[in-house]
Design a protein around this ligand. Structure first.
Ligand code: SIN
Ligand code: FE2
Length: 218
């Protein structure tokens, strides 16, 4: 399975929904109509809950910086990964998810066949050039009935979408500003990651990539 066949086509002639599996789809440009609302919301969020580089249970500092909004936020330290209702840096609840975030998450999930998605957690990842995310499963959520909705903003990236076992071959999916990936159902536990980012500054966001991942965590 490869998306390379589509690379030479103008985006308008690509299918609106590119399958990565029976329950996994790329929705090219799906978030573009939301960007004007998303960027100020991310700005306000990071003032209240600043981006930070977490340490993994194995003692590595992540190259990706992150923060959260919503009732629950994903966090990590030497004791493990978990969802927390409060920001461990400030002791305060995570900022609420803005209406535009919730609408985008619900509409993207529906477009991929998952109606009624109401996320309670939004992890916001910030990648500088060189930052990467190694292959992992999203499996700290309480149940896997809801999909993951992942929104790309800013610099382009190569997303790796693997199988249900760590060693399975991963396809390389180029993601650009405004693209959304949704995976759920039998694809909910697919391994995924992001290759080290090249420095290709984006007109609106400069030399960074912001990724929003919406989850139903609690
Ligand atoms: C994630 O797996 O949490 C983020 C994926 C991405 O940045 O595209
Ligand atoms: Fe993930």
């Amino acid at each position: 399975m490869t998306l390379d066949l589509f690379d030479d086509l103008p985006r308008e002639t690509r299918e609106a929904r590119e399958p990565l599996g029976p329950g996994a789809f790329v929705l090219p440009g799906f978030a573009l109509p939301f960007v004007d609302e998303l960027l100020p919301a991310i700005d306000a969020l990071q003032q209240r809950a600043p981006f930070r580089h977490l340490v993994t249970p194995g003692g590595f500092t992540m190259s990706v910086a992150l923060t959260n909004c919503g009732a629950l936020g994903w966090t990590s330290d030497r004791r493990g990964y978990r969802y927390s209702p409060t920001d461990p840096d400030t002791g305060q609840p995570w900022p609420a998810m803005s209406d535009a975030f919730l609408r985008l998450a619900r509409e993207a999930a529906s477009a991929a066949g998952f109606d009624g998605f109401v996320p309670d957690a939004c992890l916001v990842n910030r990648y500088a050039p060189g930052a990467r995310l190694s292959l992992h499963q999203d499996k700290d959520e309480r149940d896997y009935g809801a999909p993951i909705v992942s929104v790309s903003l800013g610099m382009p990236a190569i997303f790796l979408f693997g199988g249900l076992a760590r060693g399975d071959k991963a396809v390389r999916v180029p993601l650009r500003h405004g693209d959304v990936v949704v995976w759920g159902g039998e694809d909910r536990l697919r391994y995924h990651g992001v290759l080290p980012l090249k420095e290709e500054p984006h007109p609106l966001l400069g030399a960074q990539r912001i990724n929003l991942t919406f989850r139903k965590a609690g």
